[in-house]
Write a protein that binds this ligand. Structure first.
Ligand code: BTN
Length: 272
């Protein structure tokens, strides 16, 4: 009988994950070979009332029901990196007013992680929760705050690393990219996870000190200079994107003047 095909990337085991406890700001890690969604598992843990230490990483080698914002799903292919971090914002010194900035801040940490791997890569953050490379989606972020415990936040991240979209259906092939598609070589997912954790810790510290996090946004924001439509429930607002302000709001120049978008879904965007 033939052996099953070996994955092109080493598995991240619970033992390997444990090494992050001494090398990053994590205080606890949980490992799933397979689960529905690391965000769902995180929310269930918080609601269970069982004790846990934060920041806590919940990692899954594969997810069967990965979730995204709105109606999005996350296709968890083998070779990608899927995890959630539970943080206690009080413990991090981040105020409730600053909490909505967590997704963008995570996007920025992913962008810096990507730039450290591929310095000439064309990385950008698509407000409020995606990271793009060469105009295609590289990573998605789903931040959820459990109503039962609003000082906790669950930051879910999916990054396309060694999972190629070359053979994927046309719609995914045209809209998504992985690091292996870009660079042609498999990358060390643990090193990428570690680098991301170090970058996000630095972002949290900057935010907690009240220093500007969203500097140089014009160059990092995918939507700057594009005509953008934001859907907020049944309403929509369209305008020319002028970047992101200090508090993480998307700036849209509309017929009624400059509007600061604090939430909503990017329904459409196009070059002028
Ligand atoms: C989006 O594209 O709208 C966000 C996708 C977020 C996917 C990640 S994968 C790990 C974590 N668990 C989930 O169910 N979703 C997030």
């Amino acid at each position: 009988m033939n052996d099953p095909p070996r994955p092109s990337h080493p598995e991240i085991t619970v033992e390997i994950l444990g090494s992050l406890l001494s090398e990053t700001f994590l205080r606890d890690v949980r490992h799933f070979e397979e689960t529905d969604s690391t965000n769902t598992q995180s929310l269930q843990l918080i609601s269970s009332g069982n004790a846990f230490e934060t920041p806590l990483l919940i990692y899954a080698e594969t997810q069967s029901a990965g979730r995204g914002r709105g109606a999005n799903t996350w296709w968890s292919q083998s070779g990608s990196l899927t995890f959630s971090i539970i943080v206690d914002v009080q413990e991090l010194g981040i105020s409730r007013e600053q909490q909505p900035q967590l997704s963008l801040l995570t996007g920025l940490a992913l962008l810096h992680t990507g730039q450290s791997l591929i310095p000439r890569g064309d990385f950008a953050v698509k407000w409020p929760n995606d990271v793009y490379l060469s105009g295609k989606k590289l990573a998605g972020i789903l931040t959820e705050v459990p109503p039962v415990s609003p000082h906790h936040a669950v930051i879910g991240v999916g990054i396309n690393i060694n999972n190629s979209f070359a053979e994927a259906p046309a719609e995914l092939h045209d809209s998504s990219i992985s690091l292996v598609d870009h660079s042609g070589q498999s990358l060390d997912r643990l090193e990428i996870l570690k680098s991301f954790l170090q970058h996000i810790e630095a972002q949290f510290l900057t935010l907690a000190r009240g220093e500007p996090v969203f500097e140089n946004w014009a160059e990092h924001c995918l939507l700057t200079g594009k005509t953008v439509t934001i859907q907020i429930g049944p309403n929509s607002v369209s305008g020319l994107c002028r970047g992101i302000d200090d508090s993480g709001a998307l700036l849209l120049e509309t017929d009624r003047g400059m509007q600061r978008m604090l939430g909503g879904v990017v329904a459409e965007w196009s070059s002028r």
